[in-house]
Write a protein that binds this ligand. Structure first.
Ligand SMILES: Nc1nc2c(ncn2[C@@H]2O[C@H](COP(=O)(O)OP(=O)(O)OP(=O)(O)O)[C@@H](O)[C@H]2O)c(=O)[nH]1
Ligand SMILES: [Mg+2]
Length: 622
C-alpha cells in the first residue's frame, strides 16, 4: 500500500465525529460480514460508553481503493482539548464537523485554530442535515456563512479558506456534495453513501509530507499498551524507515537519550493493531521496545539527529489536590493509596496525558494535579476509583499568575449558553452574581430560545453547571472557551450555605433525619455509616451545623414507629461525584473509595472547627 492519507476528525462536542467514523469503517468493509459491531465503536473505554462522549483521541485506519486512510477520532469536549492538540501533528488534513443546526461553537473555534496553525487541509462537513431546524435549507446556509467567517477570523490562508463542503447525515451513513440534493436524501427519495467523502479525502488531502534526510524519525504523539509487548509509542513516521529489531534512540526532554531495540512494530488496521515488518515515512504506527517513553519524545535511528519539535499544548488553568485517604473508615472498601503509590499513579497519568501537570505540595501526602476542567478531573478520579483505589480530592481551584506590573491575574472564560427564553432572567442573575459580563444576547424567536455569551472568571464557572441546569429545567446548553488571563475580579461566593456535619460515628437513623428535616437537605439515607466530621447535608443557613444524625428513638410506642416508616423522607439528594466536586469548599475533602463517595471537613473534630462561615473563609485565605 503505497498511497496514504492521514486525517483527523475534529468538532465541538456531540457534533457526530465518532458516529461518522463508524460509518466510514463500515462502508470501507472494515468489518467482516455479519460481524456485530456496536454503535460508536471507537468510544471503547467504559467511561466513554457510559457517558456517550469521547475522552481520548484514538487511531484507526481503513482501505479505500488503493489508499490507506489513517484516521484519528478526537474528543470534542473542551476539557479534553489537549487530546486534539497532541494528535494534530499526525495528520495532513482534517474533517471539521459542524452541526447543521447548532453551527460553529466554542470548541469548533479551538480545534479549527489548531488545525489551521498546523497547516492542515480542511474539509468542512456539515453534519446532521436531517435535523428539523434545517428544513428548507436556510439554517444550513447561515451555518456555512458562520463557518466561513470563522476561517477568515482565524487567519486561514487563501488555500485553506477555499475549503470543500460536504453535507452529511452521519447517523445514516450518507453524504452529498450537492446542496440541492439534501431534501430528497433526508426524505429518502434518494439514497446515498459516504463515497463522495472518501473521494474528496483522496482528492483534497495531500499525501503525507515527508521530511528530508535519511534518518528515521518519529514524534511520539500518543502512548498505548499491549499485554504481549508492553509499552507502545504511537506516532507518524516523519522520515526514513524502521524495521523490526533496529536499534533506536529515544530523545527526550532536555535532550536526554536512551537506546533500545525495536521489539515489535505495528500499524492500525480497523480496530486492531497488527504486526508489520517495517514502518515507512508517512505512515502512522506503533513501536514497542522501550518502557519509559513520553509524549513529545522523538525516536530515531541516529542518536545525534535533530529531534522534532516537542508537542506544545495550552497551559492548565485549574488545580486539584489529591491526598492520601486518612479518614476513619479508610481501607474498608478498597486499597488506600499510600503516599508513594498515589504519587506514582498520578505521575503515570500525567505522562500519558499532555494536558495534565503534576506538582508536589508542602505536605508529603498531598499532591496537586493541574488540568483544564472539572470533567477532566472527575474522569481521572473515576478511573482511579475503578482500579479499586481509595484517596481524597479537594475543591478545584484556579491558577493565578502575576502580570508584568505585579498585579494578580486570573483565568477567564467565554461561556456560550443556549436556553429557553423563559429562563433568561434567572440565568442572567446567576452569572452576574459570579462576576460575569454579558457580551451578547441573541433571541431565536422561532424556537423561543436565546443565546447568551458571557465573559466570566473561571472561578465563577466552578460549580455553576448544576445551578444552570436547574435554572433552565435541564434544557440549557453550555460550552466554554478559555479567553486568557485578566486582572483578579474580587471575591466570588462559591456556596452560601454551610454544611451539616455529623458530630459522632455511627449509622444514620431515620428518626434523627426526620427530627432534623427542617434544618436543610440531606445527602444520605438511613443506615449509612458516618463519622465525626463527615458532611451529611447542606444547611438552610450560612453557618455550619454539627448534628447527631445517628440518634436512636427510644422504642416506647410501637404503633407510632410503624406509622413513621410509611412517611417518605423529604429533602434527600443523592450526590454524584460531579455534584460533590461542584459543591465542596476549600476546607473540605471528597473521600473516594470504589464503593462510595463521601464528603468531609478537613478538620474532623467538631470542637476544633468554627461553625461561622466568615471564619472559615478567613482561615482559608490565610
Ligand atoms: N440527527 C442526527 N444525529 C446525529 C447525526 N450524527 C450523529 N448524531 C447523533 O449525535 C450524537 C453525538 O454523536 P457522537 O458521534 O458521539 O458525537 P462526537 O462528535 O463523537 O462527540 P464527542 O466525541 O463526545 O465530542 C449521537 O446521539 C448521535 O446519534 C446525524 O447525522 N443526524
Ligand atoms: Mg466522539
Amino acid at each position: 500500500m503505497d498511497s496514504i492519507r492521514n486525517i483527523c476528525i475534529i468538532a465541538h462536542v456531540d457534533h457526530g465525529k465518532t458516529t461518522l467514523v463508524d460509518f466510514m469503517l463500515r462502508q470501507a468493509g472494515t468489518f467482516k460480514q455479519h460481524q456485530a459491531v456496536e454503535d460508536r465503536v471507537m468510544d471503547s473505554m467504559d467511561l466513554e460508553r457510559e457517558r456517550g462522549i469521547t475522552i481520548m483521541a484514538k487511531n484507526t485506519s481503513l482501505i479505500y481503493g488503493d489508499t490507506k486512510i489513517n484516521i484519528v477520532d478526537t474528543p470534542g469536549h473542551s476539557d479534553f482539548g489537549g487530546e486534539v492538540e497532541r494528535i494534530i501533528g499526525m495528520a495532513d488534513g482534517a474533517l471539521l464537523l459542524v452541526d447543521a443546526a447548532e453551527g460553529p461553537l466554542p470548541q469548533t473555534r479551538f480545534v479549527l485554530q489548531k488545525a489551521l496553525r498546523q497547516g492542515l487541509k480542511i474539509i468542512l462537513v456539515i453534519n446532521k442535515v436531517d435535523r428539523k431546524e434545517c428544513e428548507g435549507g436556510q439554517r444550513i446556509k447561515e451555518v456555512i456563512d458562520q463557518a466561513f467567517d470563522l476561517f477568515i477570523e482565524l487567519g486561514a490562508s487563501d488555500e485553506q479558506a477555499d475549503f470543500a463542503i460536504v453535507y452529511a447525515c452521519a447517523r445514516e451513513g450518507w453524504c452529498t456534495l450537492n446542496f440541492d440534493d439534501i431534501p430528497a436524501m433526508v426524505s429518502k427519495e434518494k439514497t446515498g453513501t459516504l463515497e463522495p467523502l472518501f473521494k474528496l479525502i483522496l482528492d483534497r488531502v495531500p499525501s503525507p509530507k515527508i521530511l528530508e534526510g535519511n534518518d528515521f524519525k518519529l514524534l511520539v504523539s500518543n502512548l498505548s499498551y499491549s499485554d504481549y509487548v508492553g509499552r507502545l509509542a504511537v506516532g507518524r513516521v516523519n522520515c526514513g524507515l524502521v524495521k523490526q529489531g533496529d536499534r533506536l534512540t529515544r530523545i527526550g526532554k532536555n535532550n536526554t537519550k536512551e537506546g533500545f531495540n525495536v521489539s515489535s512494530l505495528m500499524t492500525f488496521q480497523g480496530l486492531q493493531q497488527v504486526a508489520v515488518a517495517e514502518l515507512k515515512a508517512g505512515d502512522i504506527g506503533l513501536i514497542a521496545g522501550i518502557e519509559d517513553i513520553e509524549i513529545g519524545d522523538t525516536v530515531s535511528n541516529n542518536p545525534d539527529t535533530v529531534p522534532l519539535p516537542r508537542i506544545e499544548v495550552e497551559q492548565p488553568t485549574l488545580g486539584m489536590l489529591f491526598s492520601v485517604n486518612n479518614s476513619p473508615y479508610s481501607g474498608q472498601d478498597g486499597e488506600p493509596l499510600q503516599s508513594r503509590k498515589l504519587r506514582d499513579r498520578l505521575l503515570r497519568e500525567v505522562r500519558q496525558n499532555v494536558a495534565l501537570r503534576f506538582e508536589e505540595t508542602s505536605q508529603p501526602d498531598v499532591f496537586r494535579v493541574l488540568g483544564r476542567g472539572e470533567l477532566q478531573f472527575s474522569i481521572l478520579i473515576e478511573q482511579m476509583r475503578r482500579e479499586g483505589k481509595e484517596f481524597m480530592v479537594g475543591r478545584p481551584t484556579v491558577l493565578f499568575t502575576k502580570g508584568d506590573d505585579g498585579q494578580m491575574l486570573e483565568p477567564f472564560e467565554r461561556v456560550h449558553l443556549d436556553l429557553p427564553s423563559t429562563a433568561t432572567g434567572g440565568v442572567t442573575s446567576l452569572f452576574q452574581e459570579r462576576k460575569a459580563v454579558m457580551l451578547s444576547y441573541d433571541a431565536q424567536t422561532l424556537s423561543n430560545r436565546v443565546r447568551l455569551v458571557f465573559e466570566i472568571p473561571t472561578r465563577g464557572l466552578l460549580g455553576v453547571r448544576s445551578k444552570y441546569l436547574s435554572a433552565t429545567r435541564g434544557e440549557g446548553l453550555m460550552s466554554t472557551e478559555f479567553s486568557g488571563y485578566k486582572p483578579f475580579k474580587g471575591d466570588i461566593v462559591h456556596r452560601v450555605n454551610g454544611a451539616i456535619v455529623a458530630d459522632r460515628n455511627g449509622d444514620v437513623t431515620e428518626y434523627a433525619l426526620r427530627n432534623l428535616e427542617d434544618r436543610g437537605i440531606y445527602f444520605l439515607q438511613p443506615g449509612i455509616k458516618v463519622y465525626e466530621g463527615m458532611i451529611v447535608g447542606e444547611s438552610n443557613k450560612d453557618a455550619e451545623l454539627n448534628v447527631n444524625i445517628v440518634r436512636e428513638k427510644k422504642l416506647t410506642n410501637m404503633r407510632a414507629s410503624h406509622l413513621e416508616a410509611l412517611v417518605h423522607l423529604q429533602g434527600v439528594r443523592a450526590m454524584t461525584l460531579e455534584d460533590c466536586i461542584e459543591w465542596i469548599d476549600e476546607d473540605e475533602w471528597i473521600e473516594v473509595t470504589p464503593k462510595t463517595i463521601r464528603m468531609r471537613k478537613k478538620v474532623l473534630a467538631c470542637n476544633q472547627r468554627s461553625v461561622h462561615r466568615s471564619d472559615r473563609l478567613a482561615e482559608n485565605r490565610g
